[in-house]
Design a protein around this ligand. Structure first.
Ligand code: BGC
Length: 755
């Protein structure tokens, strides 16, 4: 019978201060501490976001590459590209079952940090540049894992968007940007899916380490979002243990050899901490222990390796994005002669380096999978995996093989030395040998298909010279099968980009402010991240956010919107989608909201809803989403609240952020502005923003106009200038232009406004 805490108070009363402190840090790298006399056992947590990395040898071992075999699913970049929360939930469930069968109680993931720059070395693990999409995918992931009694740790809270200086840098981000871009994925997943634990990031945010950031850990996470679970530090992210506990941190990982346990005890004795501060964290830990140990009472699970491999294949099949497909190059017809080129075909890159690196149960390669269907396929290595330099002999062989085939399939991408946890990329280019290979093969065989395996956007200087490109991302252990399924038409591709592919690194919105200095990185682009920037400034991109082709063709019709976001209401948007193609397929309909009137600079449009549907040829269906008040709001940092600006909003039903099919409009009264104290430095336009004071604003305008009467003929430039200036004039100008009469009016207006 597993540990039960029917009465937390009784447990607290029974524990010594030393025992309490001991519960608040790990026993070692992966285990919590036990208190045998109270029935509290030690249990294991382990990475990671797309599979279980349970280290097989000593728990103290820090090496990343050896672990118990587990299914390696596609990494986060691919998961978000499925736009399919249901499928991600199914995968989460499978991961949970694997964890349970190995006695792992908490899986350390999902990793939801927003992709601020395509250079971040860990983008392969992260989900999206869009917080709404990231939040929806994370939610499904968490629910799936936790549905079988295994916990999660959503990470890295917060504003951890680069690897360079990640353990020390101070991310300087304004409040509005924090609320609109860097927190919502956490907020949505935490409120709706209630992860057992939240992992705080290494970096500082606005001057304070995340691990001791009271504003993040307590004010926002607990007080605003109502989070009741355990806050765990990223591994070694704890700087000052006492400050951390005061700020709301609970569990320090990994173990600290007892050093900080003694620090906690001493701090209580010296009065720096109260015992209540410690008890608060201990209570949360006791609850976590209860949840974690409950698995012991559940019926055992055994995991079916073959079934999970098939699931990994399905997930990879929906992760891959068909970026380009001219002249119907794909799917490949049967019976043709294929040249399969590129070492990745035989030694795939299917996951990333770092703490998420797992030992797969099996590995399918594209070479094997395609050979089954095209027995006379010719293979050429094309490049060496160990180096990015061109190998002329391998290149020549590839060209020869391509010439003799009907279609060339080139496998290219990034090797581990180009992207990883721990460092960022220096540029967006592929290895030289891969670019050269694609150019040479495409010149020899115009029917060239490029299959990319990389964790984040790359530049494609050869894009005009190849008819088809499939972005497979890091597709997990069954990626080879999934890619073969797509190339041959067994699977109709349905992935869509969860991030923009820029044309050049220099186009990225944070180009001048990434990664900053050792001390600080300033988020000067504000809310204009990814497509929020590109679409606002009409910057051409290589491939836009939300883009992805299918072998089917989808038509959109009859967009209807109803409802209002006013007074906490919501808007319903629905559209008919029809598969006008000749094969079954899946389409993700995206709903963007574009504010027509703006109180502050706002992105041209933002994703606020989506739905993926599966349609037979000729079939159509109605897709409906609900857009809540938040979908229309911006965060007003001056008043610490979300606001809907009064005016019109365009709702766009789109196949990508650059492929808007239908639009409709709704009008909002908007959120009433909070009451404020008025002073002589406020302007007429300030008053006009408060509709209720229109009469007073008109009176002020009439008075000033009177003072300037006859100075400009109506409609002239001078008249326009006057009118514009009157609106922006501080009220004190009444006296300055109007003498005692103006002063009297000023006093009267201020007393009415402030009444
Ligand atoms: C990573 C976390 C990971 C932890 C444990 C840290 O370095 O940032 O994502 O969960 O190690 O491996």
């Amino acid at each position: 019978m597993a540990f039960r805490i029917a009465d937390k108070k009784a447990y607290l009363a029974a524990m010594t201060l030393e025992e309490k402190a001991s519960l608040l840090s790990g026993k070692d790298f992966w285990y919590t501490k036990a208190i045998p006399r109270l029935g509290i056992e030690s249990w294991m947590m382990t990475d990671g976001p797309h599979g279980m990395r349970k280290q097989a040898t000593s728990a103290e071992k820090v090496g990343l590459l050896e672990s118990v075999p587990a299914t390696c699913f596609p990494t986060g970049a691919g998961l978000a590209s499925t736009w399919n929360p249901e499928l991600v939930g199914e995968m989460g469930r499978a991961m949970g079952i694997e964890a349970r069968s190995e006695g792992v109680r908490v899986l350390l993931g999902p990793a939801v940090n927003v992709k601020r720059s395509p250079l971040c070395g860990r983008n392969f693990e992260y989900l999206s540049e869009d917080p709404f999409l990231a939040g929806e995918i994370a939610k499904a992931h968490i629910r799936g894992i936790q549905s079988v009694g295994v916990g999660t740790s959503i990470k890295h809270f917060a504003v951890n968007n680069q690897e360079k200086f990640r353990m020390a840098v101070d991310a300087i981000v304004d409040e509005r940007t924090l609320r609109e871009i860097y927190l919502p994925a956490f907020e949505r997943a935490i409120k709706d899916a209630k992860p057992w634990t939240v992992m705080c990031a290494y970096n500082k945010v606005n001057g304070t380490y995340c691990s001791e950031n009271r504003k993040l850990l307590t004010d926002i996470l607990r007080d605003e979002w109502g989070y009741e679970g355990v806050l765990v530090t990223d591994w070694t992210a704890c700087d000052d243990r006492v400050e951390g506990l005061l700020a709301g941190q609970d569990l320090e990982m990994p173990g600290n050899g007892g050093i900080n346990d003694r620090v906690v005890v001493e701090a209580v004795k010296s009065g720096k901490l109260t015992e209540a501060d410690v008890d608060r964290a201990v209570c949360r830990l006791l609850e976590l222990h209860e949840r974690a140990m409950a698995a012991d009472d559940m019926s055992p699970v055994a995991f079916d390796r073959a079934a999970h491999h098939e699931l990994a294949r399905r997930v990879a099949g929906e992760s891959a994005i068909l970026l380009k497909n001219e002249r119907k190059t794909l799917p490949l017809p049967s019976g043709i002669k294929i040249a399969l080129i590129g070492a990745f075909a035989e030694r795939p890159r299917y996951q990333g380096s770092g703490s998420s690196h797992i030992q797969p149960t099996k590995l399918s390669t594209l070479l094997d999978a395609l050979k089954e269907r095209y027995p006379d396929l010719a293979y050429a290595r094309g490049y060496r995996l160990e180096s990015g330099e061109v190998d002329e002999a391998l290149l020549a062989e590839a060209v020869r093989v391509a010439r003799e085939a009907d279609v060339a399939v080139v496998c290219a991408g990034l090797t581990d030395i180009y992207e990883s946890e721990g460092f960022d990329r220096a540029h967006l280019r592929l290895p030289k040998s891969h670019d050269a290979l694609i150019e040479a093969v495409a010149a020899a065989r115009p029917e060239t298909v490029v299959v990319l395996s990389n964790g984040a956007p790359v530049e494609m200087p050869w894009i005009a010279r190849v008819p088809a490109v499939l972005e497979a991302y890091l597709a997990g252990q069954a990626g080879g099968l999934a890619v073969a399924d797509i190339l041959t038409g067994k699977t109709n591709p349905s992935g869509k980009l969860a991030e923009s592919f820029p044309l050049r690194l220099e186009d990225t919105p944070c180009f001048l402010n990434f990664p900053g200095s050792r001390e600080r990185v300033e988020y000067r682009e504000g809310v204009f991240v990814g497509y929020r920037h590109y679409d606002s400034v009409k910057q051409a991109v290589l491939f836009p956010f939300g883009h992805g082709l299918s072998y089917a063709a989808f038509e959109y019709a009859d967009l209807l919107v109803s409802g209002s976001p006013d007074d906490g209401g919501s808007v319903t948007a629905s559209v008919t989608v029809k598969n006008a193609g000749s094969v079954a397929g899946k389409e993700t309909v995206q709903f963007y909201v574009s504010p027509r009137s703006r109180e502050v600079p706002r992105p041209e449009q933002e994703l606020k809803g989506f739905a993926k549907v599966s349609l037979e040829p000729g079939e159509s269906t109605r897709v409906t989403v609900t857009l809540d008040a938040r979908a229309f709001s911006w965060y007003d940092a001056d008043h610490g609240s979300w606001r809907i600006a009064p005016g019109a909003y365009e709702i766009r039903a789109a196949a990508s952020s650059r492929d808007v099919r239908l639009t409709a409009e709704i009008k909002a009264r908007g959120t009433p502005l909070p009451r404020r104290a008025w002073s002589r430095t406020d302007t007429v336009s300030d008053i006009l923003r408060y509709g209720e004071f229109k009469k007073e604003a008109d009176e002020v305008l009439a008075f000033i106009r009177g003072k300037f009467a006859g100075s400009a003929a109506p409609g002239t430039a001078e008249d326009l200038m006057n009118e514009a200036m009157f609106l922006e004039m501080p009220l004190r100008a009444l006296g300055q232009f109007g003498g005692p009469e103006g002063d009297a009016l000023l006093a009267r207006i201020l007393s009415t406004l402030n009444a």
